[in-house]
Write a protein that binds this ligand. Sequence first.
Ligand code: GUN
Ligand code: ZN
Length: 444
Amino acid sequence: MTTGQVTLYRATFMHTPASPFTAPDTLQIQEDGALLVEDGRILAGGPYAQVRAAQPRAEVVDLRGGVLLPGFIDTHVHYPQVRVLGGLGMQLLEWLDRNTLPEEARLSDPVYARAVAREFLSALASNGTTTALVFGSHYASAMDVFFEEAARTGLRVMAGQVVADRLLRPELHTTPERAYAEGKALIERWHGVGRALYAVTPRFALSASEGILDACGALMRECEGVRFTSHINENPREIETVLQLFPGARDYLDPYERAGLVTRRSVLAHNVHPTGRELAALADYRCSVAHCPCSNAALGSGLFPLRRHLQAGVHVSLGTDVGGGTGFSMLKEGLQAYFMQQLLGSAGAVLGPAELLYLATRAGAEALDLQDLTGDFGVGKAFDAVYLRPLEGTTLATVLRHADSSARVLAALFTLGTGQDVAQVWVGGDSVYRRASSAQEVRL
Ligand code: GUN
Ligand code: ZN
C-alpha cells in the first residue's frame, strides 16, 4: 500500500555504494544534504538546496548537527547470548560449556525466551543496527517468539533455529528428522513474512553429524530464498576436533560443501584459520565470511587474515558475535577490525574510514544478498538509517567540532562513537528507535 507520504531528511550523510576494496573513492559524502523518502524508499538524494527546490512541499525532518549513515548490518549475532555477554577468560570450547550453553538451554521456556528476545532486539535497534543475520535458539518455540518480537520492532532479521546432534548437552540436541521437520515448519511460518527471512543454521560442524548437515542441505534446496549460516575455523582446538570427527574431510569447509551448504547465500562466521583451498572454494561459491574481531580478541581466537580473504576474492562483512563478542556496537566492531589489522603489520589490510563504513553497512547487505534493498542511500533503496549525534560534553562532540574534513568525522565516529551517540534509527522509513533525551544534544 502506498500512502504518498513524502519526507525530506535534511542531514550530512555518508555512504559507500560500492566496495572500497575493489574500486577507488567509493565513500560518498554529502554535506548539508537531503534524502527524499516516499513510503519508506529513497526517491532522490543530493544537496539540500537542490532536492528541496524540486520538492518544495515535502515535510522536512531537520537532522543537522549530526551525521546520517545507512543502518548498520550485523552479519553474525546470537540472540540467546545477550545475558551472558562478558564471560571473559576462556577460549571457545570452554566458553561454550561453562558460559553459554547453560543459558541457551534456558530458552526451552518460551516465556524466558521472549524476555531475552526483547532485550536482544532492543539492543540491536538502540545501537543503530537495522538488519541482522541472527543465530537463533535450539528451540523452535523460542524461534516463534523471536520472529513475533522482531515483527513488533520493525527490524530486518534473518534467523533460524540452531541445530546440533552431538557434543553439546543432551537438551540442546535434536535429530536430522526433527531438524528438518521443525525447520520446514518455521520456514512456512516466517520466511518472507514482513521483514523476516529464514536462515538454516547448524551450530558448527563439531556438533553436527553428516545426517543433520544433509537435513540442512535439503531445506536449502527445497525452500526458495532461505539463507545459510554457521561457524568455521574459529579456534585451533575446535578445528582439530572437526577434522577428527570427519576423517575423510579435506578441511573444515568440506563437510559443509558436501552437504550443499556453501552458496552465494551462505555466511560463515570467523574463518580465522583458513587454508588456501578453503579460501579459493569460498570465493568460487561466492560465500561470505562474517568477521567478528571483538569476539576473536575476547576468546583469543586469533588475528583474522583479512588480506588473504580479499586477495582470494572472498567477500567479508562484519559481525558482533554477541555474546562471544563484547556488545552490539558496529562502530566498536569496526574499530576492533582496524586494530587487529594494524597488529598484523605488513600482513594486515589497510582499513580507513571508507572501508570501515563499507564493512559495517553495504558489505553486510551484499553478504545477505540484500544489496538491492539496503546498505546504502542509493535511489530505490529502503530508508534504513542511523542518525549519530553526540551528547554535549563528550569527547566525540569535541573532536567533531574540530574535525577539518568529513572523512575525519567518520574516522572519529568509529573511534569514539558508542550506543549513546545513536539519536534515531529508521527501517524502511519507520522510526524504530529514538534516544530518550535530546536535551543534551550538541549543535555542531
Ligand atoms: N561456535 C559454535 N557455537 C558458537 C558460539 O555460540 N559462538 C562462537 N563464537 N562460536 C561458536
Ligand atoms: Zn558465533
